[in-house]
Design a protein around this ligand. Sequence first.
Ligand code: XMP
Length: 504
Amino acid sequence: MAVVVLDFGSQYTQLIARRLRELRTFSVILPGSSPWEHVLAHKPQALVLSGSPASLTDPHAPRPDLRLWSSHLPILGICYGMHLLVQVHGGEVVPAWVREYGRAQLTYAQGPLFSGVSTPFTVWMSHGDTVRQVPPGWKVEASTSDCPVAALSSPDRRMFGVQFHPEVAHTEHGQAILERFLDWAGVDRSWTPENIAHELAREVRDRVGRDRVILAASGGVDSSVLALLLVQGGVEHRAVFVDHGLLRLGEREEVEQALRGLGVQLHVVDASARFLTALKGLVDPEAKRGAIGATFINVFREQAARLGHFRFLAQGTLYPDVIESAGSQGAAKIKSHHNVGGLPAELGFELVEPLRWLFKDEVRALGRVLGLPDSICLRHPFPGPGLAVRILGEVTPEVLDIARRVDHEFIHALREHGLYSEVWQALAVVTPLRSVGVAGDERKYGYVVALRAVTSQDGMTADWARLPHDFLDGVAARITRRVPEVGRVVYDITSKPPATIEWE
Ligand code: XMP
């Protein structure tokens, strides 16, 4: 059972799904023109029609499967979604005299969606078209000074349209409005981490039965939660942790201890020498990534063969990847080149992907319920190729050791100052540059390292974190003192775009 969000290309569609889930309602996003059978496959209890950059005045504008209109399901149409409701029921949508972008004031609002909310309040608008004529029998339920039809409902109140975007944080009471819709539609509100854990573990058990499952544990939150779900489902599994020697200080031990303690059948392989050999002499970032990826696959394949027969491979695919590969119109693009640590189809396993409905924050919440310690649950993302993409140029044991110690100091300082969870990701880069400095009376010629900390929602775009100057000052002193090979510390103040988060 789900609320199905039909996506017509709005930049906010993922937000709608997230907001509904925050309201404990399971929601899935499907392309707006999905065949009705695809919608029904999710046992929809209600539908939300998203906004769109398109205009209904264009005959080629996207439209849903016509069978939707005779479904009798409760529907909320947002912006373009509202225009669809209006047009199909005999009203009229025209280009607006005054286009509204950004904040507007709702001066009038009544009806079920707005109960308990008093006007005026701010809403987020983004539209070039407007409703000139309301369908026969429909009621106007909200207005702004420039938009007389800012919300409306059908005669039987099964369909609602809002011109503004309740899913956007700038809309005051947006979440309350969505909640009123869910309550009015009588949809299930039991999407909690506890229930998800139970449900997903049961699903995995049903799918896998008595067969064996293998997975690649990386120490990150996704693969750790995946492993715990297998434990919870009572599934026979082996989690292979390939230590490529490019991990953070103490990371392998920490993950080993946490996962073993929670019942994961962990198989750790120290393949660091092999990875270092594969990286020898490589300076080009793509060549380094390629060497790591190929070595990873070889090591994993050998280990799988040693551990016996496995029918299934569990993979930590998350919902944004699913939305992306389904080609949902307008869904945010996610990283595609980051498949180091991913395993190719030729390995011949059947895939189990129990996290495929979850956003990252939901995976974290699930991890908590499954007993994963915060040190792993709230861990910053860490790239598959590890520190190798944070060492510019060749990866040698000497530089790797420096990278590890600098990273350790930076991350510890963030934790000690309560800043770790304030940033989305923090990292240290060791450059091949050396610069001159003085230590005591001596001239010193040390490495230039760059610290980077970013704030972000999903890693697709990011802003550099405004860490306090005093903190940065302390970190620079700490690093140069404790890692004497470093002569200079700089802080990266580039956002993404144009820069990426990692330096390579
Ligand atoms: P960029 O550097 O592209 O990174 O802005 C965005 C996010 O992806 C992570 N990243 C990777 N993850 N394999 C991974 O598993 C990779 O090759 C890789 N490269 C970057 C990066 O840490 C950031 O969170």
